[in-house]
Design a protein around this ligand. Sequence first.
Ligand code: TRP
Length: 351
Amino acid sequence: MSETILSGIRPTGNLHLGHYSSAVRLMLEIQNKGDYDNFFVMIADTQALTDNAKNVDKVKNNVIQVAIDLLSAGLDPNKTTIFIQSQVPELFEMTGYFLNLVTVSRLKRNPTIKEEIKQRSFENTIPAGFLTYPVSQAADILAFNTTIVPVGDDQAPMVEQTREIAQSFNSTYAPIFKMPKAVIPKESMSARLPGTDGKLKMSKSAGNCIYLCDDEATVKQKIMSAYTDPTHIKVSDPGKIEGNVVFGYLDAFAKDEHFKKYLSEYKNMDELKAHYQKGGLGDVKVKLFLNNVLEEILSPIRAKRAELEQNIDKVYEMLFNNGKKMSKIAAKKIQEIHGAMGINYEKFLNK
Ligand code: TRP
């Protein structure tokens, strides 16, 4: 299979379990399957700046944090090319040409943009760069001849818009772009993890995240105080599963092997849930089980992080080398673009 796969992630904070259960687990699955020619993972700093222009430090500091999080979680630099978006300046030039192929009203209709504008209460103060970031995302995707973009459902409209831009370029100038496909992960991997407070999703601003870099004691404390079922007061009370954060996390991460190892009175989630719903199973027991399950994931990540933190220079070096490599690929695409548009003026030289 000659696929080129590109994932992107905005560096606005350390990665948490929500990122892990959807984006990062999917990246690891792709990497370990190895069914590709290229697997690129872009740390989208310039995209993060579209709504953080006055917060460059936050974005800058999180570039290295996200790189370390990704490597600690198991991305292997020999199999996966991690790079920083701003190290590929060709993306800006490409964005410039693409901007002329998109209308402002089409951008305003992009459902993800619409939602994000609402969340940020931008109304009449939308930065132009923010409104147009789907166009720069099209450049991210098309610059490297990407065939597959693994995305959560919120990013599907971006890939749709990328295809429209590619089509428009191909029919206006010359057919130089392949049509990338969005691949949306299996349900279990795209399910949003709720915050520890029971809110719909983990977010830094809500302070309800378990971070990949949290130490063991912090993780345990966050689990022990996580939202469960407020009507489940005595152990003998029947408990609710819906909206119960602890069961939400267990659904995402617990496997039958974990029961054998840590809670052998139950075979699987179905048995655990049945007992909880009937009454007679206390939150503490379920939470301690969750803590064991999560530590199996988090403790190797923590160990790897500690190692990488001793070698930050090496991480930067890898990012820089990859940035150069990606910039070369994008420069070739720019040559093709110039040719397709007929603005490859160098052809007039040496005549
Ligand atoms: N928009 C993506 C996000 O918010 C990040 C991103 C930037 C991306 N460029 C990309 C994702 C290209 C996939 C492909 O998470």
